[in-house]
Design a protein around this ligand. Structure first.
Ligand code: TXA
Ligand code: MG
Length: 384
């Protein structure tokens, strides 16, 4: 590599912003950097984004470099109002208009036909004739996009293959030296990425399909578009299996270093039965890990019905992380999921046992990410 091609090394500056009360001045430098073609770590309600001016091909190329992202995985374009949307899409289908009315701004990304004349450059969309667009609700993201004055291309701000960042410290861990600035707006509200919907999915006969479950649940989308389905290779064999409708599906994601064994309750859990079975299954598995560092991720949605303590003692598990709470809030599981996976990396565990949740409501996105992180998923309904 010649010297001219060496990536620039930055002293990454972290700017703290209170999302509930801030002035334009505080994010003016970030907006200027974006306009000038630099990358900025940006808080959103889902996960932190690695933001760049979507009209600037050089800046977009730097996103791929900084993340180590495969060139054929397209980026989401973020807008701060509907006028900006019209600059990047060819037209707005009726179903997209409906979903936008109900759920924008918010954790929803939609696939549109890309605007040809004056639209975003091909590197943003990996050469596809469609473009993914999202209108985030996070006040800092919205204002930052508006102040920069341009649509913002932003994938999650993690190194490719690692769990998405839900705290500014995660972004700093992955991007220190690679970007000039991170705007720290605190913890992300949702903790998983946006729901990606193709409202006219060709491979599904023109029906609306969720390509990636996320912060906005299937149930809520069906209140507006009851015909909506979720992509799965099994259900949509043939055309869709040969050519996944979203390039991101091809890649392994969200993985910590150690193998994750995920315990899937399958049916809506009778909490007591599930946690007892999980404890038994982990117990049976655990003897082969003698002398190893074992991590346990407890979803803890009401699972205080079972006494984990005896399992922990028996298995000599030293590293545990509880991501739900005693009240059984699934939103807390969602919010804490990626942080828990990163925590296990930090503690250098050799193996991770993780408690899944049933896949209704936010559970669908949680289990989608968990399964991508998992080395093996164990169906607890098959264990007597
Ligand atoms: O919540 C989010 O969506 C976050 C925040 C930062 O907004 N962003 C995010 O971006 O998760 P990323 O790059 O990590 O994931 C984008 C996903 C990928 O799976 C990609 O393949 C898919 O969207 N995608 C992008 N453009 C597409 C297109 N034209 N057609 C189908 N899928 C597309
Ligand atoms: Mg990502």
């Amino acid at each position: 590599m010649s010297e001219a091609q060496q990536p620039k090394v930055y002293e990454t500056k972290v700017v703290h912003i209170n999302p509930d009360s801030f002035k334009d001045d505080e994010i003016a430098e970030a907006a200027r950097l974006l306009r000038d073609g630099e990358l900025v770590g940006m808080p959103t309600e889902t996960v932190y984004g690695l933001a760049a001016n979507a009209f600037n091909s050089t800046a977009v190329a730097h996103i791929f470099e900084a993340k180590g992202r495969p060139q054929d995985n397209p980026l989401i374009v973020h807008v701060s109002d509907m006028a900006m949307l019209e600059k990047v899409v060819d037209h707005i289908p009726e179903r997209a208009r409906l979903l936008a009315e109900h759920f924008w701004p918010g954790p929803l990304t939609m696939i549109f036909q890309k605007r040809i004349e004056g639209g975003v450059p091909p590197c943003v969309t990996a050469g596809l004739n469609t473009v993914a667009v999202r209108f985030p609700v996070h006040p800092v993201a919205r204002r930052l996009i508006a102040l920069s004055g341009v649509p913002i291309a932003a994938p999650s701000a993690n190194v490719s293959g690692k769990p998405s960042p839900t705290l500014a410290s995660h972004v700093l861990h992955d991007m220190a030296g690679r970007i000039p600035m991170i705007v720290d707006g605190g913890a992300c509200d949702f903790g998983v990425e946006s729901t990606v919907v193709d409202v006219e999915c060709a491979a599904a006969g023109g029906l609306p399909i969720i390509l990636r479950p996320g912060g906005l649940t299937l149930e809520r989308i069906r209140e507006v578009l009851p015909e909506t389905d979720v992509y799965s290779a099994a259900k949509f064999g043939g055309e869709m299996a040969k050519r996944p409708p979203t390039p991101g599906l091809k890649y392994r994601h969200y993985a910590p270093k150690a193998p994750v064994y995920l315990y899937d309750p399958r049916a809506p859990p009778q909490e007591f039965t599930f946690t007892r079975r999980m404890a038994e299954a982990v117990g049976a598995h655990i003897d082969s890990y003698e002398g190893k560092r074992i991590g346990l991720i407890k979803a803890h949605t009401g699972s205080d019905a079972w006494d984990y303590e005896s399992l922990l003692k028996r298995a000599k598990i030293e590293v545990t992380r509880t991501i739900g709470d005693e009240r059984g809030s699934i939103d807390d599981v969602e919010r804490g999921l990626f942080d828990a996976l990163r925590f296990m990396d930090e503690r250098n565990v050799d193996v991770i046992f993780a408690e899944g949740v049933s896949d209704i409501g936010p559970g669908l996105a949680i289990m989608n990410r968990f399964k991508k992180a998992a080395f093996e998923t164990i169906d607890l309904s098959l264990i007597k």
